[in-house]
Write a protein that binds this ligand. Structure first.
Ligand SMILES: [Ca+2]
Length: 176
C-alpha cells in the first residue's frame, strides 16, 4: 500500500510550504525559519529592521552582525511586502542598493547589478545633480527609491537568503 503523507509548515505569515512522500521510511521535516525576532519571510529571504538610525555603511555592518546584508529587493512582491510590513512605521529606510563604484550603475550588497528597481519620479538624480556622492538608495514612503548621501542616517532593512532544508533524523511514522 502506498501512503501519501503531506506535511505543511509555516515559514512566514503568508507562506506555507508542503512536502509529500509516498515512503513511510522517508525522513523529512523543515527546519529553516526566520529566527530573528520580528523578521518576516519573503521570496526565500528573511527580512528585518535595524535598531535606530545609521549611515549606509554602518547599517550594512549591523545587518552583517546578524548574518545578513542591507536588504535585497529583487522584485515587486518583496517591495510591496516590505513596504506593507514597515513603511508605515519607518517612513523611509536604507535598502541594499548603491552606485559607489560606478556612477548610475546600481548594484546590491553582493555586487550584483540590480535587475529590479522602484525609482521615484526623476530618480536617481544625485540629488538634482548637486552631489556627486549621492550613491546610496533610500526607499521613501509614497514615493519610491531615491539616491542620496551615504553618510546620512536613516533606519534600514536587512535580508538574508535562506533555503528550506530537510532534517533526515526524523521518521515520518514518528510524527503522524
Ligand atoms: Ca550616484
Amino acid at each position: 500500500m502506498i501512503v501519501v503523507l503531506r506535511y505543511n509548515w509555516n515559514v512566514g505569515p503568508n507562506d506555507t510550504r508542503s512536502i509529500e512522500s509516498s515512503n513511510e521510511d522517508e525522513t523529512v521535516s523543515e527546519i529553516t525559519t526566520c529566527v530573528k525576532l520580528e523578521s518576516i519571510y519573503i521570496s526565500e529571504r528573511c527580512y528585518w529592521i535595524v535598531d535606530g538610525k545609521h549611515d549606509f555603511k554602518e547599517s550594512h555592518r549591523l545587518c552583517q552582525v546578524d548574518d545578513g546584508i542591507l536588504a535585497e529587493v529583487p522584485d515587486d512582491s518583496v517591495q510591496e511586502a516590505v513596504n506593507k510590513q514597515w513603511l508605515s512605521i519607518l517612513e523611509s529606510y536604507w535598502i541594499g542598493v548603491h552606485d559607489m563604484y560606478s556612477e548610475y550603475s546600481f548594484v546590491n550588497m553582493l555586487n550584483e547589478t540590480i535587475t529590479y528597481a522602484k525609482w521615484g519620479r526623476y530618480q536617481p538624480n544625485n540629488i538634482h545633480g548637486q552631489h556627486t556622492n549621492a550613491d546610496c538608495v533610500l526607499d521613501e514612503m509614497d514615493f519610491g527609491w531615491i539616491d542620496t548621501v551615504c553618510s546620512f542616517e536613516y533606519p534600514a532593512i536587512c535580508s538574508k537568503r535562506v533555503t528550506c532544508k530537510f532534517n533526515r533524523n526524523l521518521n515520518l511514522r514518528d510524527i503522524q
